[in-house]
Design a protein around this ligand. Sequence first.
Ligand code: HEC
Length: 245
Amino acid sequence: MFKHETVETNAGWLIILTLLAIGVGGLVEIVPLYMIDETVEKVEGVRPYTPLEQRGRDIYIREGCYTCHSQMIRPFRDEMMRYGHYSLAAESQYDHPFQWGSKRTGPDLARLGGKYSNEWHVQHLVAPRSVVPESIMPNYPWLLEDKLDISDISDRMKALKLVGVPYSETKAEFDANVEKFGKDVAEMLDINKATENLIAQAQSGNYDGNKSDITEMDALVAYLQVLGTMVDYSKYDEEYFVNFR
Ligand code: HEC
């Protein structure tokens, strides 16, 4: 009785069934968002970015690196052989907005950290073709010249805190972070110490190879070097992570 033609030729049915389809589709998309806290499984090691890494991430977004690079390894054999362990939801838990992406003109960067030296990154960003002759990636020479603007780092962290990233402002929040991430990480997440932490990390890391200035390159390389390194995969076997898929 209920043929496809009946629906197509009867505006009433068409409207009711269309609304029903949209309703179900909408619920399937929206309802999980209310349970996001339970949906993203906790994984040891994942922490918010340090102030320097966070500034690097801002530059990554400003320069549009995401238009050519994704940051999500899908659970397929070919991707895992090329890029490493598939990405876990928890790994982008503190990313606002996340950088999963769907465009791979260049390779996925989700597990880039530690793959190359800082010097390699600096050289590659300034002149990609000097290290990878066939590369079509643009040059970013200004990153090495432009001093990093650190004047608004606390505001940036406060904004991220508003959307749920556990940076701390009060003593109670700091103590909660010590409990959750350990003392060293908690120190880095303290908004009150953001500027000094940023400067200290840039100077000890010396990511751009120039100790006298803190450049945008320092921040970007610090960020690139932490990508995918927070979870220690060697601690677990493959079976363990199947639960997080
Ligand atoms: C027009 C597209 C494009 C843009 C924009 C782009 N890249 Fe690339 N990127 C590539 C291509 C293609 C490669 C592969 C060739 C190479 O290594 O240079 C690459 C390679 C890389 C690699 C080496 C990855 C690996 O595993 O070997 C890094 C790191 C990288 N890009 C970082 C960046 C950063 C950071 C930015 C933004 C400042 C950026 N890219 C912007 C296209 C792009």
